[in-house]
Design a protein around this ligand. Structure first.
Ligand SMILES: C[S@@+](CC[C@H](N)C(=O)[O-])C[C@H]1O[C@@H](n2cnc3c(N)ncnc32)[C@H](O)[C@@H]1O
Length: 279
């Protein structure tokens, strides 16, 4: 089971995805496409929300999505969960609801996404809804790059605050390992990240002149901007994000859709704006 000590944003995230999937299936029902649902960080099928004394257990996104069958369901469901034990629990729960056409594998999502892309490239009659919901920065940019030019709508949880921004230390004293992680995630080099987030100023006082580095107070917004601009090299359009903050109002995640289809982004923007207002 996933353990989450946090607010209802997990439920909202799943609700947005569920509503989008329903709208997607309603639209696609008019066309002869073969529809795949792909969840790359699928979890165990259940999520614990709250703390040890006061919690509730809810169904994870995978269970909610396999439940949708009106006006139609997906032709194939593909779930990837790296942790073998979670994978087994997930398999039991989704199979009990939908015994056929469901595949669950315990692998690294980055590897499986490459395989998925190769498969989709061969068959233009396949459309895929991809949901990527990592905890941290374990999704590589090169995995997303694979999806260029394919019939894919992507919903992505970006760990902008809990991942990227946390690695970007105020004084720019960032280890080589962290820079490599950031570059692998964003698919851009450290110079560009530095230029967007930090400013160098010369300060002169009684002790002379020195260079002072300041980190932007808008770092999270800038990181989202960088990521969404980069995503626009793969997908024609990126929606506005559902903004997820913690109790102290610090940004944790951005949840948004990328697609080559205008109607997809319109639906995503409507869902996001409704839920941003609610929170
Ligand atoms: C935020 S949870 C997913 C929750 C899920 N979307 C739900 O609604 O229940 C992220 C999951 O990704 C798994 N994971 C982490 N790195 C992975 C990787 N490289 N490939 C596949 N799964 C991974 C973790 O074990 C964890 O269960």
């Amino acid at each position: 089971m996933e353990n989450e000590f946090g607010g209802s944003w997990t439920e909202t995230k799943i609700e947005i995805l569920e509503k989008y999937a329903s709208a997607y299936l309603t639209i696609m029902n008019k066309y002869p496409f073969h529809l795949t649902y792909f969840d790359g960080f699928a979890g165990s099928g259940e999520i614990k929300i709250g703390n040890e004394e006061d919690f509730k257990i809810i169904e994870g996104a995978a269970q909610k999505i396999v439940d949708i069958s009106t006006p139609r369901s997906f032709d194939i469901y593909y779930f990837v969960e790296k942790d073998e034990k979670k994978k087994q629990r997930l398999e039991t729960s989704v199979r009990s609801k939908r015994p056929n056409n469901v595949f669950v594998v315990a692998e690294d999502c980055n590897v499986v996404l490459e395989r998925l892309a190769g498969f989709l490239r061969k068959d233009k009659m396949r459309k895929t809804l991809v949901f990527l919901d990592p905890f941290g920065m374990n999704l590589d940019w090169s995995s997303i790059e694979n999806l260029k030019g394919l019939g894919v709508d992507l919903w992505l949880l970006s760990p902008t605050g809990v991942g990227a921004n946390r690695l970007l230390k105020k004084d720019l004293n960032i280890s080589e390992a962290w820079w490599k992680r950031l570059e692998k995630f964003f698919g851009i080099d450290r110079e560009l990240i530095t230029k967007s987030i930090y400013q160098e100023n010369t300060v002169t006082d009684l002790f002379g002149s020195r260079t002072v580095i300041t980190k932007s107070s808008q770092a999270n917004d800038k990181l989202f901007e960088i990521y969404s601009e980069k995503l626009k090299t793969i997908f024609a359009l990126v929606s506005n994000p559902y903004v997820i903050v913690n109790r102290n109002n610090s940004l944790m995640y951005h949840f948004f859709c990328a697609s080559n289809n205008e109607s997809a982004i319109k639906i995503a923007n409507d869902l996001v704006s409704k839920h941003n207002k609610k929170t």
